[in-house]
Design a binder for this molecule. Structure first.
Ligand code: IFM
Length: 734
């Protein structure tokens, strides 16, 4: 039986940060870290908001954490009881990941008796601006309670403080805090209200950046008293009347009551699981890890808007600047395509919206077309710095070339859009601007092509592939192949314009010389150099000259580290001059284009690159898992699948790049686990426009069952060791 729950016993201050990620709840509008109500900013609580950013001085621009309306602590007989300051007699937390409910139970020794707090909270899946909390206290002896509760706008920031001004006000029984950002004077409005099931006295207190109420009552021995809290968050970006909306959300929830709001929240989660739950008979650990990964993808899916993407660390905080990477299209998108295509469309519309930013970036570097931001914030602004790593030895910033040389980002956007077209069978996204995105990305790569005097082939030089440890290389196999894929996609778009629709055809014909583009792209795809497998070894070199790099084992290389947080790549990194790579690179390419290579080549490259891969990125393991599945090696795939599926449960992900903290949740890894299960082990794929399953289950798995959406229909897939059944359940209403 699946427990749908993770738990943690005891309190460990060292683990506050990783527990905050692991026990996150969210609804795509915000993510609430798994921290305790009494925590202040030193313990990294955060209600992390999607798609709204601020910058202070020269520091990195990062997403906002809303004023914390959950803030609550207790006093009993004039003494404060809160963690971590007062050691608890017992403490445990749990997350119900079927319904996104976080719970804590803490008991303290209070003079001669025990004092207990039981609390639960959720980010409403029904109303994306609402948080609800239930906070119960209980004492074995009678005494005086004071619950101090309200809104704490003194929030945790990595590069803050982001709020220049906090406007506090109280209207009837609602506390309101409007936080005004430094850079663009955006406004984040938080309203809070409460109900208590006991008669009490209330006193309002306004401290610096905190709007609090103190609720006092005399408690009988052994009786439980419960505080219900309602918190809403809106920003000026949501709607013009955001203050009224925030106010209304809290008032409505309070009128409905906690149980009714909870019921609706659960019903929404049940709708999600009705399609996305994956059953694995014979391996409970894998099933739980996979559904936990799926939980995290649901928590960060933007459903409150139709054009927003997902940050590389989801909504777990400000690491990686809350920026959108290739992670979304290459690792997370398939989950949404197969379970909730409207969310997939929302993610891709963000790229259509940010096309202008991508064109600006290409122009800045002297190219035509669209060069998407490596670390994309709103408007397509590239948050990636030229100095993205801090050297542990000198404390100086190191010049890195992720922003200017990781050109494969544009092809990821194209890949996402074409995948949407193929899996939905709809041209709507192309008609809504996707066609222009593809043409502009192709124009970008076309402009980058180089030809040697007397040479036949076009080459792509001075790039960084997925393996970021080797910078500024020539003819990275992954990049070249994806550029070719982009040319092919652009050709396909031009050739199918009549099916996409007359309006699009007219728009594109007015803005481009389509015949000339077609001619150029056909020439480019035919003559672009694609590194081939060596005729003797079968190995595809990751880039020109890779074979000449030093051969060294990972453990030996680690032995050369002078500092545990030392950066492995860049100019002087320990991996730079060796064959050790950070993450799947050629293997990623082979996984995407496996049909074009013999199984022998696929296996040889898998076996060659795996021992040379550090898996220093959470994006790596799933690519090895998926390619192993395609090579009929499910048992080799299995540990890589589990590594991806467990990445946020185990909390073993890399937390540092040089001196930069990069911890948080790993949605790309979660998406990779999903892809491995569905497209790898169950072998779901398209064949001539039809949905097919070519399953190869790992030992121990007796059955897999799940639903997926394909071209507007819902399918039920049931796979056993010797049988795969794909049953059409009819039209799917998203
Ligand atoms: O996009 C990845 C990249 O491939 C490796 N470093 C982390 C990024 C964000 O997840």
């Amino acid at each position: 039986m699946q427990s749908w729950s993770i738990k943690e016993e005891g309190f460990d201050q060292e683990r506050i940060s990783s527990v905050g990620n692991k026990f996150l709840v969210g609804n795509g509008y915000f993510g609430i870290r798994g921290t305790l109500q009494e925590f202040n900013k030193n313990e990294y609580p955060a209600i992390n908001l999607a798609g709204i950013y601020d910058r202070v001085g020269d520091a990195w621009r990062e997403p906002l954490n809303a004023p914390n309306g959950l803030y609550t602590y207790l006093e009993f007989n004039h003494k404060e009881y809160r963690l971590p300051e007062v050691e608890a007699f017992s403490h445990n937390i749990s997350l119900n990941y079927r319904h996104g409910i976080f719970t804590r139970t803490t008991t303290w020794n209070a003079t001669g008796s025990k004092l207990t707090v039981n609390a639960e909270r959720f980010a409403s899946m029904e109303d994306k601006h609402l948080i609800a909390m239930k906070y119960s206290v209980h004492s074995e002896v009678e005494g005086d309670f004071r619950l101090v509760t309200g809104i704490d706008a003194d929030v945790w920031d990595i590069n803050g403080p982001h709020y220049d001004e906090i406007l506090l006000s109280q209207n009837q029984d609602i506390l309101k805090s409007i936080a005004i950002t430094h850079e663009s004077k955006d406004q984040v409005c938080v309203c809070e209200s409460y109900q208590m099931d006991a008669s009490h006295q209330e006193q309002l207190v306004a401290e610096d950046r905190k709007s609090l109420r103190v609720l006092s009552f005399h408690a009988e021995a052994g009786k439980t008293y419960t505080l219900y809290k309602w918190i809403s968050v809106y920003t000026n970006k949501d709607e013009a009347n955001y203050e009224d909306a925030a106010y209304g959300t809290v008032a409505k929830a309070k009128t409905s009551g906690y149980e009714a709001v909870l019921e609706k929240h659960i019903a929404e989660w049940e709708k999600k699981w009705n399609i996305s739950e994956v059953i694995i008979d014979g391996d409970l650990e894998a099933m739980e890890a996979l559904n936990y990964s799926i939980y995290h993808l649901h928590c960060i899916a933007p459903r409150h808007t139709d054009h927003l993407s997902i940050a590389a660390r989801g909504l777990s905080g400000q690491t990686y600047k809350g920026a959108v990477f290739w992670d979304t299209e290459m690792f997370m998108l398939d989950f949404f395509l197969l379970t909730e295509p409207t969310v997939a469309k929302t993610l891709l519309k963000y790229r259509i919206d940010t096309l202008e930013g991508a064109k600006k970036k290409a122009k800045y570097y002297g190219f035509q077309g669209a060069f998407y931001a490596w670390e994309s914030q709103e408007g397509g602004y590239d948050a990636c710095s030229d100095y993205n790593v801090t050297d542990v030895f000198t404390g100086r910033q190191m010049r890195t070339y992720f922003k200017d040389k990781q050109i494969h980002i544009s092809s990821a956007v194209v890949y996402g859009i074409m995948r949407y077209v193929d899996y939905t069978g709809s041209y709507d996204l192309l008609a809504e601007g996707g066609a222009e995105v593809i043409l502009e990305c192709a124009r970008f790569y076309y402009d980058l092509l180089l030809k040697r005097i007397g040479g036949n082939y076009y080459e792509l030089h001075d790039v960084i592939g997925p393996d970021e440890y080797h910078e500024r290389v020539n003819n990275n196999a992954y990049t070249n192949k994806m550029a070719q894929y982009t040319f092919d996609s652009a050709i396909r778009v031009i050739q199918t314009l009549s099916s996409i629709g007359d309006k699009t055809k007219e728009r594109l014909s007015n803005n481009y010389d389509l015949d000339a583009l077609l001619h150029s792209f056909k020439d480019a795809t035919e003559w672009l150099y694609i590194p081939q497998a060596d005729t003797v070894t079968g190995i595809i070199q990751q880039f020109d000259g890779y074979e000449k790099l030093e051969e060294v084992g990972i453990e030996e290389l680690k032995g050369r580290l002078l500092h545990e947080k030392e950066y492995w790549g860049g100019a002087y990194g320990i991996a730079t001059h060796t064959k050790i790579i950070k993450q799947a690179d050629v293997v990623t390419m082979l996984n995407l284009f496996s049909g074009e290579y013999s199984e022998d080549i696929l296996i040889k490259n898998w076996e060659y690159y795996e021992p040379r891969t550090e898996h220093g990125s959470s994006l790596s393991a799933c690519m090895y898992a998926m390619l192993a599945c395609k090579c009929h090696m499910p048992d080799k795939a299995y540990p890589f699948f589990m590594k991806s599926a467990l990445s946020d449960i185990s909390g073993k992900g890399k937390e540092w790049a040089g001196l930069i903290y990069i911890g948080g949740t790993h949605p790309a890894s979660s998406g990779g686990a999903y892809m491995t299960a569905i497209e790898g082990f169950a072998g779901i794929h398209q064949e001539k426009g039809e949905l097919r399953a070519k399953a190869d289950l790992p030992s121990g798995w007796e059955r897999m069952a799940f639903k997926i959406v394909y071209k507007g229909d819902l399918y039920h897939v049931n796979i056993t060791k010797d049988h795969a059944e794909v049953r059409n359940l009819g039209k799917h209403m998203d």
